[in-house]
Write a protein of this length. Structure first.
Length: 228
């Protein structure tokens, strides 16, 4: 049984990924800032991924003790608005969580997971990594960076049979939008269900050893955005 580490495991997309992995027979370790509604079968550790030094030490420890061979870098948040309305501290904090921390997780995990005959590193991207939009400069900056990192790491890790990919969802119906001033339309075809993103992650994990799924792009069939 393979063991997968999932960041941002307690809610939204991360929670759906954890449940799908457990249902498919994977062992799962999750890390997040909180775990108010525990998932049976998941080994959980509290962590603030903005604290990148502590995060790096925790990832190294877990990859050794839990025999982890796959990592899903899912944790993140959204920050939208004109760039000039954000303070330097807000800009730094956003990029720290959404770009720096996934790279730190990858840096800490790769030397250990690559010791397995097959390993996987999956980033959670966004449609914002493919085309910048109005008021999305910070979010797009982080997600464009993750996409570039995934593309580079694919080549760096190929000789160790470490498969690196990125999932690029459009709007997913989760609590991500709770504190934003917009949200997907109310119809089922206006947003992606988190389980669809989880299925994309599993398809990457279960690709043949000789095949790397570089990127999966998911979008609702009818894109509708409502202002709150």
């Amino acid at each position: 049984m393979r063991h997968v580490l999932v960041t941002g495991s307690s809610r939204g997309i991360g929670r759906a990924i954890v449940k799908s992995l457990l249902g498919a027979g994977y062992g799962v370790t999750g890390i997040a800032r909180s775990n108010d509604d525990p998932i049976e079968g998941m080994q959980f550790y509290h962590a603030d991924l903005n604290d990148i030094e502590t995060t790096a030490r925790l990832i190294g420890k877990l990859c050794k003790s839990e025999n982890i061979s796959a990592v899903v870098c899912n944790a993140g948040t959204g920050k939208f608005g004109s760039l000039e309305t954000h303070s330097p501290a807000q800009i730094s904090q956003h990029l720290q969580l959404n770009l720096c921390s996934p790279l730190v997780v990858a840096q800490a995990a790769l030397p250990l997971i690559k010791k397995h005959a097959r390993s996987d590193l999956i980033f959670m991207g966004s449609e914002s990594s493919m085309q910048g939009g109005r008021y999305g400069s910070l979010y797009s900056a982080a997600k464009f960076g993750l996409r570039g990192a995934a593309q580079s790491l694919k080549h760096e890790c190929a000789s160790a049979n470490c498969h690196v990919g990125i999932v690029q969802p459009g709007m997913v119906r989760t609590s991500f939008f709770d504190e934003l001033d917009f949200e997907p339309g109310a119809s089922d075809d206006n947003a992606i269900h988190p389980d669809e993103v989880a299925r994309a992650v599993i398809s990457m994990l279960e690709a043949s050893d000789n095949v790397v799924i570089d990127e999966i792009v998911l979008n609702p069939i009818k894109r509708v955005v409502n202002k709150k």
